[in-house]
Design a protein around this ligand. Structure first.
Ligand code: GAR
Length: 187
């Protein structure tokens, strides 16, 4: 059984898609969801699906915060850590504890538009297509080695919300595909 932990900061629609998919798959289990915000929507979504949750808010330094996260991960013992809208950059020290075992999803065709507000940046750029990237995490901001990238069209008549919604649907499909790869040992 492959053990997966999800780190998320917000609403948690990607985490939800992953947890649903994990229920269908035999050899993979989401053993916990960890958020850096105690009021994040992702926590209730996980609880509804009987997945364990922990919130660890940043109090003092990044170092202390990551130590607390690491302590929780030592309890959950993940084989894989999936970042699903986790809005912090992990330190080199943290990343080195899980080499090629931390994956992130980002809503742009990286290396375009790393960091925050990627949908807005892509939407405002006038690019005719945008996309979603899934990549291994290193200590940089959305810089790790790409695993999967897919594009979607930006329609002339799109509002920002419509554009984001189309992107999010693709995010969920792609992250579910990655979970299948994990389950099948393809990663
Ligand atoms: C998603 O669009 C995800 O790609 C993005 O945050 C959103 C979280 O949505 N992540 C980043 O921008 C990371 N740099 P969700 O909470 O509904 O899954």
């Amino acid at each position: 059984m492959k053990r997966v932990v999800i780190l998320a900061s917000g609403n948690g629609t990607n985490a939800q898609a992953l947890m649903h998919k994990a229920r269908e798959l035999k050899n993979v289990e989401v053993v916990g969801v960890l958020s850096d915000h105690s009021n994040a929507g992702v926590l209730s979504k996980a609880q509804e699906l009987n997945v364990k949750t922990v919130s660890i808010e940043k109090e003092t330094t990044k170092e202390v915060h990551e130590e607390k996260i690491f302590h929780q991960l030592e309890i959950w013992k993940p084989d894989w850590i999936l970042l699903a809208g986790y809005m912090r950059i992990l330190s080199k020290n943290f990343v080195s504890k899980y080499p090629k075992r931390i994956i992130n999803i980002h809503p742009s065709l990286l290396p375009k538009y790393p960091g925050l507000n990627a949908y807005e940046q892509a939407f405002n750029s006038g690019d005719k297509e945008s996309g979603i990237s899934i990549h291994y995490v290193d200590e940089g901001m959305d810089t790790g080695e790409l695993i999967l990238q897919k594009s979607f069209e930006r329609l002339e008549e799109d509002s920002l919300n419509e554009f984001k919604e189309r992107g999010l649907q693709l995010e969920h499909q792609m992250y579910q595909e990655i979970l299948e790869w994990i389950a099948n040992g393809k990663l």
